[in-house]
Design a protein around this ligand. Structure first.
Ligand code: ASP
Length: 442
């Protein structure tokens, strides 16, 4: 059994967090490959080391002294090393780095957050350190060289067996450090999981997995136990973010499940994300609810539109001309709506409507603004008849006016448009009726 175990910034933010990491690693011998992010925030008001390193680069650009900033960064690492009583010469190593700072590329400077964190972690866990610059290979155009990376991962395993590796960066074959996107430690873990055909990719963070609704809207929402990649994509798109999106693709292709787990509450079950979740009696009807405010729908009606060819295409071409990306297109027989992000059309909406009037000659064009979209996601909805009837019945009983409905072709979600002002209440009503303990029992 092989597990890739990745710890995010808050999981390695202090000596106390390092101790939690150690007990997690020691609790399971299949946790043989550890990836770490850079030391992160201890609390909301704290700084992430990566942010401070970006600031170091900004200071360098504007020729401002970065001595105090580097001293702060050093102190964070030294505190951890001291508190854990590590043999690692932290201050010395950091000073070697900071005294040559003028010679380093911006990427190299930023990557030292992960590098030093992994150095300390390798010392603390007593596992070999493997540098991501020797393993995660980038092409010169900035894309990943997956074939070479794969070989290098295997070579590292043969060389040292178990290891600790920094996330978030790699290097070209000439050794130039390149960074992944922000939050990219998740991607490093995923690449390793794929290369080693791991049985599980554990992503340890500071939440016990995905929640079935936003806790700022629903108090103490249930955690999602099992979710499919598609469902997760729907929920993340609507704003529920835990994992870097790009981290999904490598493991998804190889059918490796991801577990989202909480370093501060390792006893919690967390969320398992996989290609297909097993069907079962106890599986909830609705996996999660997410949404966003401030959309706008342009509603176009034209008699006998269903017999005319090209009306929809010509309308969409108008949006394209204005560079506006389209979110949804709910359609009727002789009408359709084009739903877009309100902020994308704030300067162009009058011109778009005028062009539709001129080029499409519709019977009516109506703009519905202040629209919130709510996505109710659940792979089991399609197999249980009457779901949407019950859903809309519930909203009707609560006096909520549903202004638009669409459903994705995979039938894993129903998207509803309601007035912005009804946004939070709609989520609560659906949650209470379908997701909370009582709702599920019905
Ligand atoms: N340390 C990097 C960041 O803050 C990458 C990561 O945390 O995964 O974006």
């Amino acid at each position: 059994m092989i597990k890739i175990t990745k710890f995010g910034g808050s999981s390695v933010a202090s000596a106390a967090q390092f101790r939690k990491v150690k007990s997690i690693i020691e609790a399971d011998p299949s946790r043989r490959f550890v990836v770490v992010s850079a030391v992160g925030k201890r609390d909301k008001s704290d700084n992430k080391i990566t942010d401070l390193l970006y600031l170091v680069n900004a200071h360098r650009t504007y020729h401002v002294s970065c001595v105090p900033l580097l001293a702060d960064i050093e102190q964070r690492f030294v505190d951890i090393a001291d508190e854990l009583d590590l043999d690692y010469p932290m201050a010395e190593r950091f000073e070697e780095f900071s005294s040559h700072i003028a010679d380093y590329s911006p990427e190299y400077v930023v990557s030292r957050g992960e590098w030093f964190t992994a150095q300390l972690m390798s010392e603390y866990l007593g596992l070999p350190f493997v540098d991501a610059a020797d393993v995660i290979v980038f092409h010169h155009d900035g894309t990943l060289d997956l074939a070479r990376t794969n070989d290098r991962v295997h070579e590292a395993v043969v060389r040292v067996g178990r290891f600790v590796m920094p996330g978030f960066y790699g290097a070209t074959v000439d050794g130039e450090v390149r960074l992944l996107d922000r939050g990219g430690g998740d991607i490093t873990g995923s690449i390793l999981a794929r290369a080693l055909e791991a049985d599980l990719y554990e992503n340890w963070t500071d939440v016990s997995g995905f929640l079935s609704a936003d806790p700022r809207i629903v108090s103490h929402p249930r955690a999602i136990r099992r979710i499919t990649f598609d469902e997760m994509r729907e929920l993340s798109y609507m704003g529920a973010n835990v994992l870097h999106e790009e981290a999904i693709f490598p493991v998804r292709e190889a059918n490796i499940p991801i577990a989202i787990l909480n370093t501060n509450r390792p006893q919690d079950a967390g969320t398992i994300i996989r290609e297909t979740a097993e069907e079962g009696e106890d599986e909830p009807l609705i996996t999660g609810i997410a949404g966003k405010r401030d959309f706008l729908a342009v509603h176009v009606s034209k008699t006998h539109m269903s017999d005319a060819v090209g009306v929809l295409r010509r309308t969409l071409a108008i949006f394209e001309r204005y560079g506006v990306s389209i979110e949804h297109i709910p359609t009727g027989i002789d009408s359709f709506g084009v739903v877009v992000n309100g902020s994308d059309v704030k300067d162009s909406i009058y011109s778009i409507v005028a062009d539709i009037q001129k080029e499409i000659e519709p019977d009516e064009v109506k703009v519905i603004d202040e629209l919130a979209l709510i996505s109710v996601v659940g792979r089991n909805m399609s197999s249980r008849p009457g779901t949407s009837g019950r859903l809309f019945g519930t909203l009707g009983d609560a006096g909520i006016n549903v202004r638009m409905i669409t459903q994705s072709s995979q039938e894993i979600n129903i998207i509803m448009g309601v007035n912005n002002k009804d946004f939070e209440r709609t989520i609560r009503v659906i949650y209470d009726a379908f997701v909370s303990e009582e709702g599920c029992a019905r």
